[in-house]
Design a protein around this ligand. Structure first.
Ligand code: SAM
Length: 289
């Protein structure tokens, strides 16, 4: 396929910012875990990163854009014949609906489409065959996943990442390395997984805990759980009631969650609206009749 103007060809809908920089392409491959596991690449695009990956690994790639699938099937004809490369055309998120991306242990390597990058990383946390995640994302997203406790960027995503393994922001990449250049600085993030976790309720719980990141953790939790239960739990666990969400360790979140999770299915006490003198009078009247 001959493309006259790559910037015009790139589809915004599919988050296409092609990495056209050999230095960073090699740096990504060098940052890969040092073993022989298969690689799943999400969004191979024109195949620049794929070319480097197939030199060293067996690759299965997932691409949603039909124009690119046709191009990749031609470009990698030889690798497909040799069994080094397989292309699966379609939305990778739909693939995940029917289980693991690959039916054997693999490393995820990708220059991700930014519009679904966080979603993809969270799916990979749950996929038990996925051993590690090495991805180009928006720098802000990489910082959120890799922040350490007490740093102001420590977020629900940091807790989720440190619950499955270790996250490292490897290096930053400037917009000029891409065609077309994105509006933001990018960064390559590595998450080495020790385990997989598939617990939607824990994600919901963390959303509550970090709902107002600068407020007190106890206050955020009290918006969804009974204030008395939260206060009792804080004293039981020896936690400071002034603790802010970014100051609590990942293990603390797991302890709190284990105590509160049974209250998460809408069973938690919904806050009673404050009674005004008028509503109190109306209630008394109702009771009398
Ligand atoms: N890997 C190429 C590179 O580094 O130049 C392209 C990266 S580009 C940022 C993101 C790629 O993900 C595009 O090829 C895009 O078509 C693809 N993509 C977007 N949404 C996708 C989805 N839901 N499933 C699979 N691929 C997707």
């Amino acid at each position: 396929m001959i493309i006259d103007n790559l910037a015009e060809f790139a589809s915004k809908k599919f988050g296409q910012n092609f990495l056209k920089n050999d230095y960073y392409l090699h740096k990504i491959v060098q940052a890969m875990p040092n073993d022989n596991l298969k690689v799943a690449e999400i969004g191979p695009g024109l195949g620049d990163l794929t070319k480097e990956l197939v030199k060293v690994r067996n690759v299965t790639a997932f691409e949603v854009d039909k124009r690119l699938c046709e191009h990749l099937n031609n470009e990698f004809e030889e690798a497909i014949e040799k069994g080094n490369f397989e292309l699966r055309c379609g939305d990778v998120l739909e693939r995940w609906e029917s289980g693991s991306l690959l039916d054997e242990p693999y490393h995820l390597v990708a220059n991700l489409p930014y519009y679904i990058a966080t979603n993809i990383i969270l799916k990979a946390f749950k996929d038990e065959h996925c051993q590690s995640i090495l991805v180009m994302v928006q720098k802000e997203v990489a910082v959120k996943f890799s922040a350490q406790v007490k740093q102001k960027e420590f977020s629900s995503l940091s807790v989720l990442a440190s619950s499955v393994g270790k996250a490292t922001l490897c290096f930053e990449v400037e917009p000029e390395a891409f065609v077309p250049p994105p509006n933001v600085t990018s960064a390559v993030l590595l998450i080495e997984k020790d385990i997989s976790r598939d617990d939607e309720k824990f994600e919901t719980f963390l959303k509550i805990a970090f709902s107002q990141p600068r407020k007190r953790l106890a206050k955020n939790l009290s918006s969804s759980f009974s204030k008395d239960i939260v206060n009792e739990l804080f004293s039981k666990l020896g936690l400071d009631s002034n603790l802010r969400p970014h100051e609590a360790e990942t293990s603390t979140y797991h302890h709190i969650y284990n105590e509160l999770k049974d209250n998460l299915d809408g069973k938690q006490r919904s806050k009673q609206p404050k009674q005004t003198s008028r509503s109190r009078a109306a209630n008394t009247k109702k009771q009398k009749t």
